[in-house]
Design a protein around this ligand. Structure first.
Ligand SMILES: [Zn+2]
Length: 183
């Protein structure tokens, strides 16, 4: 492969600032929230020492310090954020793990681990899952499929094991609501 064509390295075309912007939009669609107390009284605290696009914050309510990646599956991972974002994009195109691995020059087993984590949502699951986690998981799918094949993404989501629990959780939620409204 690549003998007769110019090889384009997609990673070199991806902007780090846009990747961090994407994470912020995915996890905080309504603005930055403290991951500890969910307060919106947040002040910016400069940028990460080694990743200049990674914004640091201080919660003025509980005084927790955090940044764009705190409590996400990207935090503390050796893969650069752009690799994760591209992985998410390729998932939206319904590429196989093998295909994604080839595109990103990764081992298929690493990609398998990454796609499994991404399907669970980008925010690390706490012991008691909240509704916002579910919403973020859906956001991941809609964004990833935006420029690809939305129908295929939906179809893939339906067959994924993680979606069964999500669907049943949503079903339980609506049942609770309908019961409450009827009673
Ligand atoms: Zn806080």
């Amino acid at each position: 492969m690549g003998d007769t064509a110019v090889m384009i390295n997609i990673q070199s075309l991806i902007d780090d600032a846009k990747c961090f912007e994407t994470v912020r939009a995915l996890r905080w669609p309504g603005g930055v929230l403290c991951p500890s107390c969910n307060d919106t009284e947040i002040t910016k605290q400069g940028r990460d020492d080694t990743q200049p696009e990674r914004q640091r914050y201080l919660c003025t309510s509980c005084e927790r310090r955090f940044d764009d990646l705190t409590d996400t599956i990207f935090a503390g991972h050796h893969q650069p954020l752009r690799v994760w974002i591209l992985c998410l994009y390729f998932m939206g195109l319904t590429l196989s793990n093998q295909h994604i691995a080839a595109e990103l020059d990764l081992h298929p087993s690493d990609v398998h681990q990454m796609t499994c984590q991404l399907r669970q949502g980008i925010v690390v699951k706490k012991t008691t899952p909240t509704l916002s986690d579910e919403v973020e998981c859906d956001e991941v799918y809609s964004v990833a499929g935006h420029k690809g094949q939305p129908e295929a993404v939906v179809k893939k989501g339906d067959t994924a094991g993680a979606d069964d629990s999500r669907a049943s959780a949503a079903g339980a939620h609506s049942q609770r609501r309908s019961r409450r409204s009827s009673g």
